[in-house]
Design a protein around this ligand. Structure first.
Ligand code: MG
Ligand code: MG
Length: 267
């Protein structure tokens, strides 16, 4: 069942999402070769609690951490470890928080030092595909329109679009209806309505779309061992159009990146 939100609830969700956005920005400043993802996890937990919020992942489905850190061939759900990040790695940091009873949940894939051009391009296209998908999340469109847009955009580059994991509705629960696949057919699936709030999150592989789960019961990796990227935003439909609840502004501030990519989706 899809649960549309009132404008008051959307304002609260904006706050929850921004707890996560600020946390990703804080982590962006810490990322360099030699840093461990376990260290980042501890920083993230403290930082979320300092904002009168609670980590959203910790304990959910038995998750042992505040952030999920997926390095290189890991797609999503990587558990923080004591292995230091190294020059040329990429790491997707996915983070959740609960504030005022509502969840925020989004992710950014970071470069550690200088990464190979082909990996840089994978990150760029995956992030672009996120906005291509968000643009289709408007009143009257359907779930398949978002999936189709993301899939078409990424497959044009020869990338693999992960099938086993999908975006989702979000609200008082981390995962609400509908599922939001990153593949699909135009005009198919549930219809979007005013007040809907979702997490759109393309998971895109350099090679095959096929994935497997590691024996830790969490980490999803690409079957061919090639790199994978993951970007996620929380989005609401307001006045029929997509409006971002989350932002990468804090990340860009930390990394010194200029970007106008979010402008068309701001309140
Ligand atoms: Mg997430
Ligand atoms: Mg999500």
């Amino acid at each position: 069942m899809i649960i549309p939100k009132t404008s008051e609830e959307i304002a609260l969700m904006h706050e929850s999402a921004h707890v996560v956005s600020r946390t990703l920005g804080m982590l962006a400043k810490e990322l360099k070769p030699g840093v461990t993802t376990k260290y980042l996890d501890k920083l993230a937990e403290d930082y979320i609690r300092a904002q009168d919020a609670v980590p959203g992942f910790l304990g959910l489905y038995g998750c042992p951490s505040t952030i999920l850190t997926s390095v290189n061939e890991a797609v999503v759900h990587g558990l923080p470890t004591d292995i230091p990040l190294k020059e040329g790695d990429i790491v997707s940091i996915d983070c959740g928080a609960v504030k005022n009873g509502f969840y925020g949940d989004h992710a950014y894939t970071f470069e550690i030092g200088e990464v190979k051009p082909e990996i840089k391009k994978l990150l760029q296209i995956t992030k672009e595909s996120l906005y291509v998908g968000i643009r289709e999340f408007r009143k009257g469109n359907r779930v398949g329109d978002v999936g189709f847009a993301i899939q078409t955009y990424c497959e044009a580059e020869g990338y693999g679009v992960v099938r086993e994991l999908v975006g989702h509705g979000i609200g008082k629960k981390m995962h609400e209806d509908p599922e939001m696949p990153n593949y699909g057919r135009r005009g198919r699936g549930k219809k979007f309505m005013e007040g809907m709030t979702v997490a759109i999150e393309p998971m895109i592989n350099l090679g095959t779309h096929r994935v497997k789960q590691l024996s830790d019961g969490w980490t999803i990796v690409t079957l061919d061992g090639q790199a994978s990227a993951h970007f996620e935003h929380n989005v609401a439909i307001v006045d029929g159009k997509p409006q971002l609840l989350s932002t990468f502004d804090y990340v860009y501030e930390a990394l010194g990146i200029e970007s106008d990519e979010e402008d068309e989706f701001r309140p």
